[in-house]
Design a protein. Structure first.
Length: 444
């Protein structure tokens, strides 16, 4: 008898490989942190260990400072109070010497070095929050983002004291990232120069769809830089709350989008005109034929072309929407435009009220065109900007026009510093805006 052939071994080593990578990552992270004299981030370590226990891939990393230990603080206060009651000076001195109210420091560099060493490819979302970054941190982060197998699609660096040089370095990695679709650099006051470097890094980008630069100390100059990027990339959602773009910067931001909306209307009118002329010519040619050569048209019956169009529409309704692998549409267009608290003010030029009113009116007229003409626009946030009753009335009329002509749903938010009835009417005429979670911060 011939011996039975042994069953082939399983070749699926993916779970084992993930486990090896994560164990190495923990080891490297701990070693690099010890070398630098800093602590590892508890959230990161906890997430890696949870992935190891559950056999899952590490897809989300959140790096932030270690929270203050309130329980230890309460315990210290209680022990100190008891020592004072007993008048034990030695105990008081010992407690004060051994207790520190400051959480141990952590740094980004050790984690990034560890990620680069293991070449982690599973991370989809990277959050760095409230952690001061220096140039070396930015360099290590850039190296990680430039890894050939990097799959980060969402990058958040919030309130990390990013300076010009750090932004400049990180921006060199943005254009090469095919999967990166969302960037948030909120609460980093790198100003117009930092914004310029960021926009320079995004030139030619065809995949980023969301950009958030709230409270970044931006002025009208950044409106120009960002306007060019909105017009030439796939960015459709832009959040610029808490800056100082004012009317000039806001107009520079949306001018090319408004121009494209106007051009689209002209194109549609020309197409419709050409269609009507073609139809008229066809009817004239049909009328010129002898009666026996004319195509019979029975009453109530549709043409073959109309039947084909109806069939196509029915098929489209039945088909479910499938996710396309194609890159997103490139501008100029915008879906979510957030400009709350940006110094857009009818009293912008205090010495010349008429000039201020004119500038504000020019900006609002551009917003009106966007509301009336753009089928893409979904949200416009102008909260905490003093636009006045006249401009608010214009916005209300545009919203009513949009609703009447079924252009599409639109959420608009304006400041309460207008007539109460007018404010309520705008709320009623627009779709409810979803509130984006995030801390509030005053402009410097």
């Amino acid at each position: 008898m011939s011996a039975k052939k042994p069953k082939p071994k399983r070749t699926d080593d993916a779970p084992l490989l993930t486990e090896i990578i994560l164990k190495k990552l923990l080891k490297y992270y701990d070693n690099f942190s010890t070398e630098m004299g800093v602590k590892t981030c508890p959230d990161v370590v906890k997430e890696i260990r949870a992935c190891l226990e559950n056999g899952k891939e590490l897809k989300k990393i959140i790096v932030r400072p270690i929270d203050k230990d309130f329980k230890a603080e309460e315990k210290f206060k209680k022990a100190l109070l008891e020592a004072k009651d007993q008048n034990d000076m030695n105990k008081i001195a010992e407690l004060r010497a051994n207790y520190s109210n400051t959480p141990p420091p952590i740094a980004l560099e050790p984690l990034m070095k560890a990620l680069n060493n293991v070449q982690l490819s599973t991370c989809k979302e990277l959050f760095i929050i409230d952690l001061p970054l220096n140039y070396v941190d930015a360099l290590q982060l850039t190296n990680f983002l430039k890894l050939a197998n990097n799959s980060v699609s969402k990058l958040v660096i919030s309130d990390c004291l990013l300076d010009l040089e750090s932004v400049k370095k990180i921006s060199t990695s943005l254009n090469s990232r095919i999967l990166l679709s969302s960037i948030c650099f909120d609460y980093n006051e790198f100003g117009d120069k930092g914004c310029y470097e960021l926009c320079k890094g995004l030139i030619g980008n065809r995949h980023l769809v969301m950009l958030s630069l709230k409270y970044c100390n931006l002025t009208y100059k950044s409106g120009e830089y960002l306007g060019d990027i909105l017009a030439t990339t796939a960015i459709k959602d832009i959040y610029l709350d808490g800056n100082n773009l004012r009317c000039y910067g806001a107009m520079s931001l949306i001018s090319k989008i408004v121009e494209e909306c106007e051009n689209e209307v002209i194109r549609k009118e020309l197409e419709e005109k050409a269609r009507l002329e073609e139809e008229e010519k066809r009817l004239e040619e049909e009328a010129a034929k002898p009666s026996w050569e004319r195509t019979p048209m029975e009453e109530g019956k549709t043409t073959e072309k109309e039947n084909d169009e109806k069939k196509t529409k029915k098929k489209k309704k039945k088909k479910k929407k499938k996710k396309s692998d194609e890159p997103p549409k490139v501008g100029p267009f915008v879906c979510k435009l957030h400009l709350a608290d940006n110094g857009i003010d009818i009293y912008e030029d205090g010495s010349d009220v008429q000039k201020s009113l004119k500038i504000t009116r020019n900006f609002i007229e551009m917003i009106i065109k966007l509301i009336r003409l753009s089928a893409d626009i979904q949200e416009i946030d102008l909260h905490n900007n003093t636009i006045g009753n006249m401009s608010a009335k214009m916005i209300l009329n545009a919203l009513e026009y949009r609703k009447l002509n079924k252009v599409g749903n639109l959420a608009v938010r304006v400041s309460e510093k207008i007539d109460k009835d007018l404010f309520n009417s705008i709320i009623k005429a627009s779709k409810k805006m979803k509130k984006k979670k995030g801390k509030k911060k005053k402009k410097s």
